[in-house]
Design a protein around this ligand. Structure first.
Ligand SMILES: Cc1ncc(COP(=O)(O)O)c(C=O)c1O
Length: 412
Protein backbone atom coordinates (compact mmCIF):
# COMPACT_ATOMS: atom_id res chain seq x y z
CA UNK A 1 0.00 0.00 0.00
CA UNK A 2 1.32 3.49 -0.88
CA UNK A 3 2.30 5.63 2.08
CA UNK A 4 0.62 8.93 2.70
CA UNK A 5 1.38 12.38 3.99
CA UNK A 6 -2.09 13.21 5.22
CA UNK A 7 -1.11 15.04 8.35
CA UNK A 8 -3.45 18.04 7.99
CA UNK A 9 -6.88 18.76 6.53
CA UNK A 10 -6.75 19.66 2.85
CA UNK A 11 -10.18 19.14 1.34
CA UNK A 12 -10.50 20.67 -2.11
CA UNK A 13 -13.42 21.00 -4.50
CA UNK A 14 -13.20 18.82 -7.59
CA UNK A 15 -12.33 20.02 -11.07
CA UNK A 16 -15.87 19.15 -12.18
CA UNK A 17 -17.36 21.40 -9.53
CA UNK A 18 -15.08 24.21 -10.66
CA UNK A 19 -16.41 23.86 -14.18
CA UNK A 20 -20.04 23.75 -12.99
CA UNK A 21 -21.81 27.08 -13.39
CA UNK A 22 -25.15 28.55 -14.29
CA UNK A 23 -24.64 31.71 -16.37
CA UNK A 24 -28.07 32.99 -15.35
CA UNK A 25 -27.26 32.75 -11.64
CA UNK A 26 -23.94 34.53 -12.07
CA UNK A 27 -25.60 37.47 -13.82
CA UNK A 28 -28.77 37.57 -11.72
CA UNK A 29 -26.64 37.76 -8.56
CA UNK A 30 -25.50 41.17 -9.83
CA UNK A 31 -29.11 42.39 -10.11
CA UNK A 32 -30.03 43.57 -6.65
CA UNK A 33 -33.71 43.63 -5.73
CA UNK A 34 -34.27 46.33 -3.09
CA UNK A 35 -36.41 44.94 -0.23
CA UNK A 36 -37.23 48.55 0.83
CA UNK A 37 -38.45 49.56 -2.62
CA UNK A 38 -41.64 51.66 -2.72
CA UNK A 39 -42.94 49.94 -5.85
CA UNK A 40 -44.09 46.34 -5.85
CA UNK A 41 -41.64 43.81 -7.27
CA UNK A 42 -42.53 42.46 -10.73
CA UNK A 43 -40.47 39.60 -12.07
CA UNK A 44 -40.37 39.11 -15.82
CA UNK A 45 -37.40 36.83 -15.44
CA UNK A 46 -38.35 33.30 -14.45
CA UNK A 47 -39.49 30.73 -17.00
CA UNK A 48 -41.82 29.19 -14.43
CA UNK A 49 -45.42 29.79 -15.52
CA UNK A 50 -46.83 28.90 -12.09
CA UNK A 51 -45.36 31.72 -9.98
CA UNK A 52 -48.22 34.21 -10.32
CA UNK A 53 -51.08 31.70 -10.04
CA UNK A 54 -52.70 32.68 -13.35
CA UNK A 55 -51.40 29.59 -15.17
CA UNK A 56 -52.51 26.55 -13.27
CA UNK A 57 -52.30 22.79 -13.65
CA UNK A 58 -55.55 21.25 -14.83
CA UNK A 59 -57.65 19.81 -12.01
CA UNK A 60 -57.72 16.46 -13.84
CA UNK A 61 -53.93 16.14 -13.49
CA UNK A 62 -54.13 16.73 -9.74
CA UNK A 63 -56.93 14.17 -9.53
CA UNK A 64 -54.84 11.68 -11.52
CA UNK A 65 -51.96 11.95 -9.04
CA UNK A 66 -54.29 11.75 -6.05
CA UNK A 67 -55.94 8.65 -7.49
CA UNK A 68 -52.54 6.98 -7.84
CA UNK A 69 -51.52 7.86 -4.28
CA UNK A 70 -54.58 6.05 -2.91
CA UNK A 71 -53.77 2.82 -4.73
CA UNK A 72 -50.78 2.48 -2.35
CA UNK A 73 -48.92 0.93 -5.28
CA UNK A 74 -46.50 3.77 -5.90
CA UNK A 75 -44.45 3.98 -2.74
CA UNK A 76 -41.49 1.95 -3.92
CA UNK A 77 -38.69 2.47 -6.42
CA UNK A 78 -39.95 2.47 -10.00
CA UNK A 79 -37.58 1.11 -12.67
CA UNK A 80 -34.80 3.67 -13.19
CA UNK A 81 -35.81 4.63 -16.72
CA UNK A 82 -39.55 4.56 -15.95
CA UNK A 83 -42.34 2.00 -15.65
CA UNK A 84 -43.39 0.30 -18.85
CA UNK A 85 -46.92 1.76 -18.46
CA UNK A 86 -45.62 5.32 -18.17
CA UNK A 87 -43.18 4.88 -21.07
CA UNK A 88 -45.96 3.36 -23.15
CA UNK A 89 -48.19 6.38 -22.38
CA UNK A 90 -45.44 8.69 -23.67
CA UNK A 91 -44.84 6.51 -26.76
CA UNK A 92 -48.57 6.57 -27.64
CA UNK A 93 -48.73 10.34 -27.14
CA UNK A 94 -45.67 11.30 -29.21
CA UNK A 95 -45.28 8.44 -31.70
CA UNK A 96 -46.46 9.33 -35.21
CA UNK A 97 -47.85 6.28 -37.02
CA UNK A 98 -45.95 5.42 -40.26
CA UNK A 99 -43.58 8.41 -40.01
CA UNK A 100 -42.09 8.22 -36.54
CA UNK A 101 -43.64 5.38 -34.53
CA UNK A 102 -42.50 4.79 -30.95
CA UNK A 103 -42.78 1.94 -28.48
CA UNK A 104 -42.15 1.97 -24.74
CA UNK A 105 -38.61 0.76 -25.54
CA UNK A 106 -37.90 4.03 -27.35
CA UNK A 107 -38.73 6.13 -24.27
CA UNK A 108 -36.63 6.95 -21.22
CA UNK A 109 -38.19 8.89 -18.38
CA UNK A 110 -35.99 11.45 -16.66
CA UNK A 111 -35.90 14.06 -13.94
CA UNK A 112 -37.44 16.84 -15.99
CA UNK A 113 -36.27 17.89 -19.42
CA UNK A 114 -33.00 19.07 -17.83
CA UNK A 115 -32.31 15.47 -16.78
CA UNK A 116 -33.09 14.35 -20.33
CA UNK A 117 -30.66 16.89 -21.79
CA UNK A 118 -27.92 15.85 -19.40
CA UNK A 119 -28.27 12.20 -20.42
CA UNK A 120 -28.29 13.09 -24.13
CA UNK A 121 -25.11 15.18 -23.78
CA UNK A 122 -23.48 12.39 -21.81
CA UNK A 123 -24.38 9.64 -24.24
CA UNK A 124 -23.23 11.46 -27.40
CA UNK A 125 -20.30 13.66 -26.36
CA UNK A 126 -16.79 12.88 -25.20
CA UNK A 127 -14.47 15.50 -23.69
CA UNK A 128 -12.67 17.29 -26.50
CA UNK A 129 -15.56 16.90 -28.94
CA UNK A 130 -17.85 19.76 -29.88
CA UNK A 131 -21.61 20.24 -29.87
CA UNK A 132 -23.44 22.86 -31.94
CA UNK A 133 -25.71 25.06 -29.83
CA UNK A 134 -28.10 27.88 -30.75
CA UNK A 135 -27.13 31.48 -30.01
CA UNK A 136 -29.09 32.85 -28.28
CA UNK A 137 -29.97 29.68 -26.41
CA UNK A 138 -31.10 28.21 -23.11
CA UNK A 139 -28.20 28.56 -20.66
CA UNK A 140 -28.24 24.92 -19.48
CA UNK A 141 -26.75 23.85 -22.82
CA UNK A 142 -23.56 25.80 -22.13
CA UNK A 143 -23.42 24.56 -18.53
CA UNK A 144 -23.69 20.91 -19.58
CA UNK A 145 -21.04 21.30 -22.29
CA UNK A 146 -18.64 23.10 -19.94
CA UNK A 147 -18.99 20.53 -17.16
CA UNK A 148 -18.20 17.74 -19.61
CA UNK A 149 -15.32 19.63 -21.26
CA UNK A 150 -17.21 19.52 -24.54
CA UNK A 151 -16.73 22.59 -26.70
CA UNK A 152 -19.99 24.47 -27.26
CA UNK A 153 -19.96 25.93 -30.78
CA UNK A 154 -22.65 28.54 -31.17
CA UNK A 155 -24.56 28.83 -34.41
CA UNK A 156 -26.21 32.15 -35.23
CA UNK A 157 -29.95 32.69 -35.04
CA UNK A 158 -31.20 35.65 -37.06
CA UNK A 159 -33.64 37.98 -35.25
CA UNK A 160 -34.62 39.65 -38.52
CA UNK A 161 -35.81 36.26 -39.80
CA UNK A 162 -37.82 35.22 -36.76
CA UNK A 163 -34.68 33.71 -35.24
CA UNK A 164 -34.17 31.16 -38.00
CA UNK A 165 -30.80 29.43 -38.11
CA UNK A 166 -28.03 30.89 -40.27
CA UNK A 167 -27.60 27.59 -42.12
CA UNK A 168 -24.27 28.47 -43.73
CA UNK A 169 -22.85 29.36 -40.36
CA UNK A 170 -24.23 26.16 -38.84
CA UNK A 171 -22.64 24.05 -41.57
CA UNK A 172 -19.30 25.86 -41.29
CA UNK A 173 -19.01 24.79 -37.63
CA UNK A 174 -19.25 21.04 -38.32
CA UNK A 175 -16.09 18.97 -38.29
CA UNK A 176 -15.00 15.40 -37.54
CA UNK A 177 -15.36 16.07 -33.81
CA UNK A 178 -18.94 17.30 -33.91
CA UNK A 179 -21.00 15.02 -31.68
CA UNK A 180 -24.46 16.54 -32.20
CA UNK A 181 -26.52 19.55 -33.22
CA UNK A 182 -28.95 20.83 -30.63
CA UNK A 183 -32.12 22.41 -32.01
CA UNK A 184 -34.60 24.12 -29.66
CA UNK A 185 -38.02 24.61 -31.23
CA UNK A 186 -40.15 26.42 -30.01
CA UNK A 187 -37.34 28.42 -28.46
CA UNK A 188 -36.36 29.76 -25.10
CA UNK A 189 -35.36 32.64 -25.11
CA UNK A 190 -36.58 33.62 -28.61
CA UNK A 191 -40.24 32.52 -28.64
CA UNK A 192 -39.67 31.42 -32.24
CA UNK A 193 -41.48 28.52 -33.94
CA UNK A 194 -39.82 27.18 -37.07
CA UNK A 195 -41.83 26.41 -40.19
CA UNK A 196 -41.57 22.96 -41.68
CA UNK A 197 -39.24 24.02 -44.54
CA UNK A 198 -36.73 25.53 -42.16
CA UNK A 199 -36.62 22.40 -40.00
CA UNK A 200 -36.14 20.37 -43.18
CA UNK A 201 -33.23 22.61 -44.18
CA UNK A 202 -31.56 22.04 -40.79
CA UNK A 203 -32.13 18.31 -41.18
CA UNK A 204 -30.53 18.41 -44.63
CA UNK A 205 -27.35 19.86 -43.10
CA UNK A 206 -27.36 17.16 -40.41
CA UNK A 207 -27.96 14.42 -43.01
CA UNK A 208 -25.21 15.70 -45.33
CA UNK A 209 -22.63 15.57 -42.54
CA UNK A 210 -24.08 12.60 -40.64
CA UNK A 211 -24.54 14.45 -37.36
CA UNK A 212 -27.31 13.34 -34.94
CA UNK A 213 -29.74 15.89 -33.54
CA UNK A 214 -30.86 16.57 -30.00
CA UNK A 215 -34.28 18.22 -30.45
CA UNK A 216 -35.34 20.16 -27.34
CA UNK A 217 -39.11 20.22 -27.84
CA UNK A 218 -40.19 21.04 -24.28
CA UNK A 219 -42.38 23.90 -25.63
CA UNK A 220 -44.11 21.62 -28.14
CA UNK A 221 -47.58 22.85 -29.13
CA UNK A 222 -47.24 26.13 -27.23
CA UNK A 223 -47.60 27.96 -30.53
CA UNK A 224 -49.72 30.95 -31.47
CA UNK A 225 -52.33 31.23 -34.19
CA UNK A 226 -50.87 30.92 -37.68
CA UNK A 227 -47.94 28.76 -36.54
CA UNK A 228 -47.62 24.98 -36.35
CA UNK A 229 -45.28 22.89 -34.26
CA UNK A 230 -43.56 20.15 -36.29
CA UNK A 231 -41.69 17.52 -34.26
CA UNK A 232 -38.31 17.20 -36.00
CA UNK A 233 -38.62 13.41 -36.09
CA UNK A 234 -41.76 13.72 -38.23
CA UNK A 235 -39.70 15.33 -41.02
CA UNK A 236 -36.86 12.87 -41.54
CA UNK A 237 -36.30 9.20 -42.10
CA UNK A 238 -32.51 9.53 -42.16
CA UNK A 239 -31.30 11.68 -39.30
CA UNK A 240 -31.34 10.03 -35.85
CA UNK A 241 -32.96 12.29 -33.28
CA UNK A 242 -33.05 12.27 -29.52
CA UNK A 243 -36.11 14.36 -28.79
CA UNK A 244 -36.47 15.68 -25.25
CA UNK A 245 -39.54 17.05 -23.52
CA UNK A 246 -41.54 16.93 -20.32
CA UNK A 247 -44.56 18.08 -18.36
CA UNK A 248 -43.01 21.39 -17.24
CA UNK A 249 -44.37 23.79 -19.83
CA UNK A 250 -47.31 22.45 -21.81
CA UNK A 251 -48.83 20.90 -18.68
CA UNK A 252 -47.65 23.78 -16.44
CA UNK A 253 -46.02 21.65 -13.72
CA UNK A 254 -42.25 22.29 -13.78
CA UNK A 255 -41.98 21.23 -10.13
CA UNK A 256 -43.21 17.71 -10.84
CA UNK A 257 -39.91 16.98 -12.61
CA UNK A 258 -41.25 14.66 -15.29
CA UNK A 259 -39.19 14.58 -18.47
CA UNK A 260 -38.44 12.14 -21.25
CA UNK A 261 -36.13 11.19 -24.08
CA UNK A 262 -37.70 9.84 -27.27
CA UNK A 263 -35.30 7.75 -29.35
CA UNK A 264 -36.27 8.51 -32.95
CA UNK A 265 -34.11 6.42 -35.22
CA UNK A 266 -35.61 4.84 -38.31
CA UNK A 267 -32.46 3.09 -39.59
CA UNK A 268 -30.94 1.94 -36.34
CA UNK A 269 -28.09 4.43 -36.58
CA UNK A 270 -28.03 4.87 -32.83
CA UNK A 271 -27.82 1.05 -32.62
CA UNK A 272 -27.30 -1.08 -29.61
CA UNK A 273 -24.40 0.93 -28.22
CA UNK A 274 -26.15 4.30 -27.94
CA UNK A 275 -29.38 2.74 -26.70
CA UNK A 276 -27.47 0.80 -24.06
CA UNK A 277 -25.57 3.96 -23.16
CA UNK A 278 -28.84 5.84 -22.65
CA UNK A 279 -30.14 3.06 -20.46
CA UNK A 280 -26.93 2.84 -18.43
CA UNK A 281 -26.91 6.60 -17.85
CA UNK A 282 -30.59 6.64 -16.89
CA UNK A 283 -29.90 3.98 -14.28
CA UNK A 284 -27.45 6.03 -12.26
CA UNK A 285 -30.26 8.05 -10.64
CA UNK A 286 -33.99 7.34 -10.81
CA UNK A 287 -36.20 9.35 -13.14
CA UNK A 288 -39.52 10.92 -12.08
CA UNK A 289 -41.22 9.87 -8.86
CA UNK A 290 -43.50 6.87 -8.96
CA UNK A 291 -46.84 8.67 -8.35
CA UNK A 292 -46.41 11.01 -11.31
CA UNK A 293 -45.41 8.05 -13.47
CA UNK A 294 -48.62 6.31 -12.41
CA UNK A 295 -50.62 9.38 -13.43
CA UNK A 296 -48.81 9.97 -16.73
CA UNK A 297 -51.28 8.07 -18.90
CA UNK A 298 -54.18 10.14 -17.55
CA UNK A 299 -52.27 13.42 -17.79
CA UNK A 300 -51.08 12.89 -21.36
CA UNK A 301 -54.24 11.30 -22.74
CA UNK A 302 -57.14 12.72 -20.70
CA UNK A 303 -56.34 16.35 -20.03
CA UNK A 304 -59.25 18.23 -21.63
CA UNK A 305 -58.54 20.19 -24.81
CA UNK A 306 -59.98 23.31 -23.13
CA UNK A 307 -56.95 23.37 -20.78
CA UNK A 308 -54.50 23.59 -23.69
CA UNK A 309 -56.71 26.12 -25.51
CA UNK A 310 -56.95 28.36 -22.43
CA UNK A 311 -53.17 28.33 -21.98
CA UNK A 312 -52.61 29.42 -25.58
CA UNK A 313 -55.33 32.06 -25.39
CA UNK A 314 -53.75 33.62 -22.32
CA UNK A 315 -50.24 33.50 -23.83
CA UNK A 316 -51.50 35.08 -27.05
CA UNK A 317 -53.26 37.83 -25.13
CA UNK A 318 -50.12 38.56 -23.08
CA UNK A 319 -47.98 38.53 -26.21
CA UNK A 320 -50.06 41.06 -28.08
CA UNK A 321 -50.27 43.26 -24.98
CA UNK A 322 -46.46 43.01 -24.58
CA UNK A 323 -45.77 43.73 -28.24
CA UNK A 324 -47.92 46.80 -28.44
CA UNK A 325 -46.63 48.24 -25.15
CA UNK A 326 -42.92 47.60 -25.76
CA UNK A 327 -42.87 48.62 -29.42
CA UNK A 328 -44.16 52.03 -28.27
CA UNK A 329 -41.08 52.56 -26.10
CA UNK A 330 -38.43 54.50 -28.01
CA UNK A 331 -35.13 52.61 -27.71
CA UNK A 332 -36.64 49.12 -27.42
CA UNK A 333 -37.33 46.77 -30.33
CA UNK A 334 -39.32 43.63 -29.54
CA UNK A 335 -39.06 40.63 -31.87
CA UNK A 336 -42.53 39.16 -32.38
CA UNK A 337 -42.81 35.77 -30.63
CA UNK A 338 -44.62 32.90 -32.35
CA UNK A 339 -44.87 30.56 -29.36
CA UNK A 340 -43.39 29.48 -26.00
CA UNK A 341 -43.40 32.05 -23.18
CA UNK A 342 -40.76 34.59 -24.04
CA UNK A 343 -40.10 37.75 -25.96
CA UNK A 344 -36.65 39.04 -26.87
CA UNK A 345 -36.33 42.82 -26.95
CA UNK A 346 -33.42 44.59 -28.64
CA UNK A 347 -32.01 47.67 -26.88
CA UNK A 348 -30.75 50.61 -28.97
CA UNK A 349 -27.89 51.25 -26.60
CA UNK A 350 -26.81 54.41 -28.44
CA UNK A 351 -30.17 56.03 -27.65
CA UNK A 352 -29.43 55.97 -23.93
CA UNK A 353 -27.20 58.47 -22.19
CA UNK A 354 -26.07 56.40 -19.23
CA UNK A 355 -26.70 52.74 -20.10
CA UNK A 356 -23.85 50.92 -21.79
CA UNK A 357 -25.04 47.31 -21.88
CA UNK A 358 -28.00 44.98 -21.43
CA UNK A 359 -26.71 44.01 -17.97
CA UNK A 360 -26.63 47.67 -16.95
CA UNK A 361 -30.12 48.15 -18.38
CA UNK A 362 -31.44 45.28 -16.22
CA UNK A 363 -29.50 46.45 -13.15
CA UNK A 364 -30.86 49.99 -13.34
CA UNK A 365 -34.38 48.86 -14.22
CA UNK A 366 -34.64 46.66 -11.15
CA UNK A 367 -32.97 49.23 -8.90
CA UNK A 368 -35.23 52.10 -10.02
CA UNK A 369 -38.48 50.42 -10.99
CA UNK A 370 -38.38 47.04 -9.18
CA UNK A 371 -38.96 45.26 -12.52
CA UNK A 372 -36.62 42.36 -13.19
CA UNK A 373 -35.88 40.90 -16.60
CA UNK A 374 -32.87 38.92 -17.70
CA UNK A 375 -30.19 40.59 -19.81
CA UNK A 376 -29.39 38.90 -23.12
CA UNK A 377 -25.90 38.04 -21.84
CA UNK A 378 -27.55 35.21 -19.88
CA UNK A 379 -28.18 33.68 -23.30
CA UNK A 380 -24.88 34.80 -24.88
CA UNK A 381 -26.76 37.57 -26.67
CA UNK A 382 -25.81 41.09 -25.57
CA UNK A 383 -27.91 44.20 -26.20
CA UNK A 384 -31.17 42.35 -25.71
CA UNK A 385 -33.36 41.60 -22.72
CA UNK A 386 -35.65 38.59 -22.39
CA UNK A 387 -39.15 39.13 -21.09
CA UNK A 388 -41.20 36.24 -19.70
CA UNK A 389 -44.78 36.88 -20.76
CA UNK A 390 -46.59 34.67 -18.24
CA UNK A 391 -47.44 37.20 -15.47
CA UNK A 392 -51.08 38.34 -15.31
CA UNK A 393 -51.99 41.03 -17.86
CA UNK A 394 -52.32 43.82 -15.25
CA UNK A 395 -48.80 43.05 -13.89
CA UNK A 396 -47.39 43.13 -17.40
CA UNK A 397 -49.11 46.43 -18.17
CA UNK A 398 -47.74 47.95 -14.96
CA UNK A 399 -44.23 46.61 -15.73
CA UNK A 400 -44.28 48.14 -19.24
CA UNK A 401 -45.53 51.46 -17.91
CA UNK A 402 -42.58 51.57 -15.51
CA UNK A 403 -40.22 50.47 -18.29
CA UNK A 404 -41.47 53.33 -20.49
CA UNK A 405 -40.82 55.86 -17.70
CA UNK A 406 -37.41 54.34 -17.07
CA UNK A 407 -36.42 54.58 -20.73
CA UNK A 408 -37.71 58.17 -20.98
CA UNK A 409 -35.51 59.15 -18.02
CA UNK A 410 -32.41 57.51 -19.49
CA UNK A 411 -32.76 58.43 -23.16
CA UNK A 412 -30.40 61.03 -24.62
C1 LIG B 1 -35.54 25.19 -23.69
C2 LIG B 1 -35.65 24.50 -22.37
N1 LIG B 1 -35.25 23.22 -22.28
C3 LIG B 1 -35.32 22.55 -21.12
C4 LIG B 1 -35.81 23.15 -19.97
C5 LIG B 1 -35.81 22.37 -18.68
O1 LIG B 1 -37.06 21.86 -18.36
P1 LIG B 1 -37.33 21.10 -16.99
O2 LIG B 1 -37.87 22.10 -16.03
O3 LIG B 1 -38.34 20.04 -17.32
O4 LIG B 1 -36.04 20.52 -16.52
C6 LIG B 1 -36.24 24.48 -20.03
C7 LIG B 1 -36.73 25.15 -18.81
O5 LIG B 1 -36.96 26.33 -18.74
C8 LIG B 1 -36.15 25.17 -21.26
O6 LIG B 1 -36.54 26.46 -21.36
Amino acid sequence: MAGNNRNAWNVRSSNVSKRAHNPIRQIVDKLKVDPQAQKSFISLSVGDPTVFGNFNVDQSANDAIAKQLYTFKHNGYPPAHGTVQARDAVARKFGIPDKAPLTANDVILTNGCSGALEICFNVLCNPGQNILLPCPGFSLYRSLADIKQVEGRYYRLMPEKNWQVDLEHLESLIDDNTAAILVNNPSNPCGSVYPREHLEAILAVAAKHHVPIIADEIYCDLVFEGNTFHPMASLTQDVPILSVGGLAKKWLVPGWRVGWILIQDRHDVLNKEVREGLLNLSQVILGPNSASQGALDDILHHTPQSFYDDTIKQLEHNTSLSLSAVSNIDGLNPVTPQGAMYMMVGIDIEKFKDIASDVEFSQKLVAEENVLCLPGQCFDYPNYIRIVITPPADCLAEAYERMAQFCARHRK
